[in-house]
Design a protein around this ligand. Structure first.
Ligand code: ATP
Ligand code: PRP
Ligand code: MG
Length: 293
């Protein structure tokens, strides 16, 4: 039987999230010594564990059927040309969210995009950086680096950088500040455009449907709380992405109701604090393990 081949980063920020997603879709892997290949025990699926930069080309060439990669790497490889133009995003995976940003030394003369004219910019994403600046009429020298890009200004290798930012801690630690967001990224599932191989398409469809459910449920929570009847409208307005909550009576209380709702957006501590301020009590936030809409 033909097995579906999925390329996953072997180690790094996408490997744990990628493996976790596939396991939550029901795939089981035997513990093996092979660090480059994992065979699912219960479905006709093989994982190829590789460097993330290679994933778009592996999928484009047909060596793998699907791949889990950062959208930033997909875009960069597509700008480099070749067969990666034939790739498409099959599913947005909602993890490894980050932004590619232009950043400059805090203590320096560069303040905005126009000041970058003629300057040297260090980056691991030469294609995206050059394309972004070119459409704004800014001509720069690109200094290509494989990693640790944030050290470039301090080493006087470059005047500015274009690198991935999540919390901003790395920029801050290196005396840099962001001046422009160039690209927003998250992990994506990619495949070749067009008709998929019939032997593997049915298993791919099952996995994609399950993955959609897993992603939706990880961003969705079940909230239960008790609300003063007269604050119900204010409390409902605070619930993120909840359209039709269940309102039930609380035994022995006329002034309080129980509210149960599925929140389809992330529930932050700030939301709970705001609910509490409106008089909500006994607030429970429960994870939803699986969800099929
Ligand atoms: N700080 C971050 N927060 C969230 N996501 C990130 C962050 N840094 C990178 N990513 C995402 O994770 C992807 C992989 O990052 P990682 O640092 O593991 O890659 P790498 O160093 O290129 O690994 P490899 O050795 O496989 O080439 C990036 O392409 C990006 O999409
Ligand atoms: O804004 P922050 O939360 O500080 O994250 C940003 C950092 O994370 C990534 O590097 P990573 O830690 O993956 O190391 P690498 O560059 O060696 O891959 C990225 O290249 C930045 O350096
Ligand atoms: Mg890489």
């Amino acid at each position: 039987m033909t097995r579906l081949r999925i390329a996953v980063q072997s180690k790094g920020r996408l490997s744990e999230g990628g493996m976790d997603l596939l396991k939550r879709c029901g795939l089981r892997f035997a513990y093996g010594r092979d660090k480059l290949h994992q065979r699912a025990e219960n479905m006709p699926v093989d994982l190829m564990l590789v460097r993330d930069d290679d994933i778009p080309n592996f999928v484009a060439s047909g060596a793998c059927d699907y791949g889990i990669v950062g959208e930033n790497v997909l875009r960069e490889e597509q700008l480099a040309g070749g067969r990666t133009a034939e790739l498409e995003i099959a599913l947005r995976l909602g993890f490894a969210t980050c932004r590619l940003k232009l950043a400059v030394p805090v203590e320096g003369e560069i303040r905005d995009l126009a000041d970058l004219q003629g300057k040297a910019i260090a980056t691991s994403y030469p294609g995206i950086t050059r394309a972004y600046l070119a459409t704004r009429g800014i001509d720069v020298e690109i200094v290509e680096m494989r990693g640790s890009v944030e050290v470039a200004p301090r080493l006087h290798i470059a005047d500015a950088i274009c690198d991935l930012v999540s919390s901003g801690a790395t920029l801050q630690a290196n005396g840099l500040k962001a001046i422009e967001t160039v690209f927003e990224s998250e992990a994506v599932l990619i495949r070749r455009k067009g008709v998929q191989a019939p032997e593997t398409d049915s298993i791919a469809r099952i996995l994609m449907r399950r993955a959609e459910g897993v992603i939706a449920s990880s961003q969705t929570k079940y909230i239960m709380l008790n609300a003063p009847k007269d604050r119900l409208d204010a409390i409902r307005a605070l619930l993120p992405g909840a359209d039709a909550p269940t309102i039930a009576q609380v035994a022995g209380r006329d002034d309080v109701v129980a509210l149960h709702a599925v929140c389809r957006e992330r529930v932050f501590w700030e939301t709970l604090e705001a609910l509490e301020k409106e008089g909500a009590r006994a607030i429970l936030v429960l994870p939803i393990e699986k969800m099929l809409a």
